[in-house]
Design a binder for this molecule. Structure first.
Ligand code: C2E
Ligand code: CA
Ligand code: CA
Length: 693
């Protein structure tokens, strides 16, 4: 009997210990194994002390006790027994507090599990006390209830399902979602999945959120993420559900098949990154594809980025038509395509008439030979010769953005295009210096105009018959504060590119008109001054009204201001060019065709334009003088020009021999270093006087 009484206390120890561990486990705070080991050790010692007490009596004395109905032993505590009791009561109270707190903290959906645990614990302790009061330790109903209660706790608590929540979520799925849907509880264990989800994850373990995510890849809460499952694309929506008190109760995953939408998007992306004409990447596509190219190919062999541009593609288009231009582009793309099978290469049409490629360094020359110069047949008689310039740079640092090297290759290409005798050029740092110089010129141009850094010089034009100065061409000059004299050959193309040429030309026209007025006031010069009108001016401002206003403001007759227009510069807008010339003539200005014979200008095109003077391009003076044949062609051309009543100015006359050629061509006026370089405006009067008889 004494032994049973001790054993009962020992069992109570263990029961309370397991209640504590169970409560911790249920809370999701499992006890670390070493702590568990120590605590169990203490309990084991306690149990041994209690069980051996009937023999040694170190924990307590036994006192016979008469209960209401039965007789039994109770233990009169000594120190060890008091420790045992305090330990049990503390832990029992702790369990109760945990359970009450759990009830209060948990969402009502999960509250059931705490409540059942709590009620059963209360029931056990009540029964235990009844036993104590009745004094029936031998037939303790509480003991019988211990086992039974444990089973109830296990099923209602550990295997607890929040039925109401599941029902609600299930209804939600059934009502709203035809997509694959899975629901997980607050411990991230699978609660439910619908039929679609069953099909999607057929045969795969998705019991926990962790396992599901291992199949789909990382998903973000409350965000749509596209993931791939078995070659199909799904848009996944992961939603962590919280109750009204913001407690996490469940997680839902919805997967929507977006394979079709993605395919449509891919088609759109293809359209945005591909050039259908040449069936190759466009600029966007090319740069997008580069990282992938380097991932697929071994970088060790060394690569270069090369930009290949068609020389004067604009001219070809306007002369032979855009259909021809398209055919040339296709031809070039085919060449790339053919070689792209022979070595690792990526290419695309990155601009109107430019292809960019990344090729192994040792294949640069191969590609140059393929692209350098070729012919495209228009028909049986006509073949169009296409020249291409190629600029490249070796990619030294693969961590740098490919744009960086592309810009360099572009600079090399631009330089290559300018030099007519080469078709391939490697980038050098000096090109960047040149580029930076250009940027400096552009950034300082407006200030330069305000600061008076621009001024005009006059190049005299001399009558071939009597060597009298009958006119002069006004040419602009720039005295830059840090760069010194900058040649118009350098800055005019830049300003034509950014539109500033119009402002600058307007300045020159005003200066030229003011100079004319001043020279007339001094009453010794009644000749002309020619000003240059750029193609950009014609397309962007009303040149005629502005010039009319200028001559009017300066009180000079329009016929003394000659207007030089480069005919070939207006290839794409001939109607506007022709109309502008006509209006200039109607207003009394003398219209001159500048640089005639350069580029693509043709006699036929010229003859349809209203003009008074033709300025032969300087190239005619540089041509081989012994080549009698071309001389005769030029002569017959100038004869025709004379026949329609126009005058001819020969430019670039530097030598006696040039003067003879100019005479042979029937030039009326001579402009060139033979007589004079462009001179400061102040020196012009004395120059005129010197030539006057
Ligand atoms: P351009 O209109 O054909 O002007 C003639 C150019 O040839 C001038 O060069 C002149 O200095 C140069 N030149 C004259 N005689 C000879 C010669 O015997 N031999 C050689 N080798 N060259 C000679 P510049 O002043 O450097 O001007 C270059 C170009 O810049 C001009 O060619 C013109 O296209 C443009 N330009 C100059 N001033 C203006 C301007 O005010 N407005 C516009 N739109 N363009 C201008
Ligand atoms: Ca000119
Ligand atoms: Ca000229």
């Amino acid at each position: 009997m004494k032994f049973m009484c001790s054993l009962e206390h020992a069992i109570l120890d263990w029961m309370i210990l397991f209640l504590v561990l169970f409560a911790l486990e249920m809370e999701g705070q499992p006890v670390r194994s070493e702590i568990r080991f120590i605590v169990m050790g203490i309990f084991a010692i306690d149990s041994i002390v209690l069980i051996t007490n009937p023999i040694n009596g170190i924990a307590a004395e036994y006192v016979k006790k008469h209960g209401l109905i039965f007789e039994s032993y109770t233990m009169r505590p000594r120190l060890l027994f008091i420790i045992h009791t305090v330990m049990c009561i503390t832990m029992g109270v702790w369990v109760m507090i945990k359970l009450i707190a759990g009830c209060a903290r948990t969402s009502r959906f999960y509250r059931g599990k705490y409540i059942s645990f709590f009620l059963i614990s209360i029931a056990i302790s009540l029964l235990n006390n009844i036993t104590a009061v009745t004094g029936n330790a031998n037939h303790d109903i509480a003991k019988a209830f211990f086992g039974f209660g444990t089973i109830i706790i296990f099923f209602t608590t550990y295997n607890f399902f929040p039925e109401k929540l599941i029902r609600r979520l299930h209804e939600y799925i059934d009502d709203n979602i035809s997509d694959a849907t899975l629901i997980y509880d607050y411990k991230d264990n699978l609660l439910k999945m619908n039929v679609e989800a069953g099909k999607l994850f057929d045969g795969k373990n998705v019991d926990t959120v962790e396992r599901l995510i291992s199949l789909t890849g990382e998903l973000e809460d409350k965000k749509k993420t596209v993931c791939k499952i078995e070659n199909y694309s799904y848009e996944a929506y992961y939603n962590r559900v919280f109750d009204k008190k913001k407690r996490y109760v469940a997680a839902t995953f919805i997967f929507r098949d977006v394979s079709d939408e993605l395919r449509a998007l891919e088609r759109e992306h293809h359209a945005a990154t591909f050039d259908p004409l040449t069936n190759s990447y466009n600029r966007l596509g090319f740069f997008e594809a580069v990282p992938d190219f380097f991932e697929r190919n071994d970088k060790l062999c060394g690569y270069a980025i090369m930009v290949s541009g068609i020389c004067d593609f604009k001219g070809i288009n306007s002369l032979y038509g855009s259909e021809m231009g398209d055919r040339i582009l296709k031809d070039i793309a085919e060449k790339f395509h053919e070689y792209h099978h022979k070595f690792p290469m990526i290419y695309g049409r990155t601009a109107e008439g430019k292809f960019t490629s990344i090729i192994p360094i040792d294949r640069i020359n191969t590609m140059e030979n393929v692209l350098g110069s070729f012919e495209v047949k228009e028909n049986d008689e006509l073949k169009v010769r296409v020249d291409m310039a190629n600029g490249f740079v070796v990619i030294k640092d693969f961590d740098k953005s490919i744009d960086y090297y592309y810009e360099q290759a572009l600079l090399a290409l631009a330089r290559c295009k300018r030099s007519s005798d080469i078709t391939l050029l490697e980038y050098t740092d000096e090109m960047t210096e040149e580029h930076n110089r250009k940027m400096l010129l552009i950034s300082s141009m407006r200030e330069a105009l305000n600061n008076g850094e621009f001024f005009i010089v006059l190049q005299p034009q001399v009558d071939i018959k009597n060597y009298e100065v009958t006119g002069a061409e006004a040419l602009v000059r720039w005295n830059h504060p840090t760069l010194g004299r900058v040649s118009p050959g350098e800055f005019i193309p830049l300003f034509e590119g950014n539109g500033f040429i119009t402002t600058l030309d307007r300045f020159v026209w005003n200066k030229a008109a003011a100079t004319l007025r001043k020279l007339s006031e001094e009453e010794f010069y009644d000749g002309s001054i020619s000003v240059n009108v750029s193609q950009i001016d014609i397309n962007s401002i009303d040149v005629v009204s502005e010039l009319c206003e200028i001559v009017e403001n300066n009180g000079i007759p329009a016929k003394r201001l000659h207007v030089e227009i480069t005919e070939s510069a207006c290839v794409d807008n001939r109607e506007v060019l022709s109309a502008t010339m006509q209006r200039l003539k109607d207003n009394g200005f003398v219209v001159e065709i500048d640089d005639f014979g350069s580029g693509y200008s043709s006699l036929n095109a010229l003859m349809n334009l209203p003009f008074d003077v033709v300025k032969l391009d300087m190239e005619f003076m540089r041509a081989n003088v012994t080549d009698g044949k071309s001389d005769i062609i030029v002569k017959s051309m100038t004869d025709m020009i004379h026949e329609i009543g126009a005058d001819i100015i020969v430019e670039g006359v530097e030598t006696e021999q040039n003067l003879e050629s100019a005479d042979f061509y029937g030039g009326d006026i001579i402009q060139g270093y033979y007589f004079s370089k462009p001179i400061p405006v102040e020196e012009f009067p004395s120059f005129v006087r010197k030539f006057r008889r």
